[in-house]
Design a protein around this ligand. Structure first.
Ligand code: SF4
Length: 305
């Protein structure tokens, strides 16, 4: 399974089968909070990376063998850079009934073919972390040809065409985009975008830059009130693991850790291991030099060594 990982517990979507259609790390941005690491290929040109049919086969095989609530196109970079995105979604939908979601940074929505590809998905989760150019540059460190006005217009055009749900995520970083003026402007602009939900997030996983710090819960809640009734703070995943037992935990855990850091609780939920089993497994993997752990805030994270 080269492109399919999980299902992993997603705060927003339940058990989400990830489909990684971008090699690390091709992105239009180099966000200071990115949990994948620094962008090595910052670009805006779309191209074909993988065989769409093979990816649809991988997805169908996995959906047939385990519980999956949604199929989520995302992965090690910006998925709309893949020019086969629309074809891949169509092929997956020919094979399985599970809803398809795309998580995107929304930076290429000003392009008609990107909007058309995303039109194939059942739900789109774009992000918007800034509304002024200065803050945009600081937090997202975009490709030089991108500007925030064009990106906001792209979101507006997409909303006008796309009738299915759009959930907009805003990542809030302490002392970067939480200035009251920026937030007020952001709330005003977002109110005109007519998205179905606004979801506030902050740093809860090891970021690309250690300086990217999380907001406190009370600040997030106050910001949430500013954005009105469609806004919510994304809270921790609370469901219990129901994934059938699988044999090769080392491989499965490593496959997921290559895409995102995990806490012990994440590993328990991703697998059907007990807490003790997961802890023992992770400790053994650490001893073998396969993973390493470190503390961020109150959490202990595991990453590939
Ligand atoms: S957080 Fe998303 S948009 Fe930002 S650099 Fe990482 S992959 Fe790209």
């Amino acid at each position: 399974m080269r492109h399919v990982f999980g299902p992993v517990p997603s705060r927003r979507l339940g058990y989400s089968l990830g489909v990684d259609i971008i090699p690390p790390k091709h992105c239009t941005y180099d966000c200071i909070y990115c949990q994948i690491g620094k962008t090595t290929n910052r670009e805006i040109g779309r191209k074909s990376f993988y065989d769409a049919g093979l990816i649809a086969d991988e997805v169908a095989r996995k959906v047939g063998s385990t519980r999956v609530d949604v199929i989520t196109f995302s992965g090690s970079g910006e998925p709309t850079l893949n020019s086969d995105l629309g074809t891949m979604i169509r092929k997956v939908k020919e094979r399985v009934d599970t809803p398809v979601v795309v998580i995107t940074n929304g930076s290429l929505l000003y392009e008609k073919d990107v909007r058309s590809d995303l039109g194939e998905a059942d739900m789109v989760l774009p992000s918007l972390d800034a509304v002024t150019e200065e803050v945009f540059q600081r937090i997202n460190r975009p490709h030089p040809l991108l500007d925030i006005t064009r990106i906001i217009e792209g979101l507006r055009e997409f909303r006008a065409e796309y009738t299915k749900p759009i959930w907009l995520e805003i990542m809030l970083i302490k002392n970067v985009n939480d200035d009251p003026d920026e937030l007020k402007k952001m709330a005003q602009i977002v109110s005109t975008l007519n998205v179905d939900r606004i979801q506030l997030n902050t740093v809860t996983r090891p970021p690309s830059e250690e300086s990217a710090r999380r907001l406190e819960e009370e600040d997030l809640q106050a910001t949430c009130r500013l954005f009105g009734p469609r806004c919510e703070v994304i809270c921790s995943f609370e469901r219990t693991g129901e994934i059938p037992a699988q044999a090769d935990w080392t491989r499965i855990i490593l496959e997921t850790l290559r895409r995102r850091p995990l806490t012990l609780d994440d590993v328990v939920r991703t697998t059907s291991l007990s807490r003790l089993q997961a802890e023992t497994k992770l400790r053994a993997m650490e001893d073998e030099g396969l993973v390493r752990s470190y503390v961020l805030g109150d959490d202990l994270f595991y990453v590939v060594a």
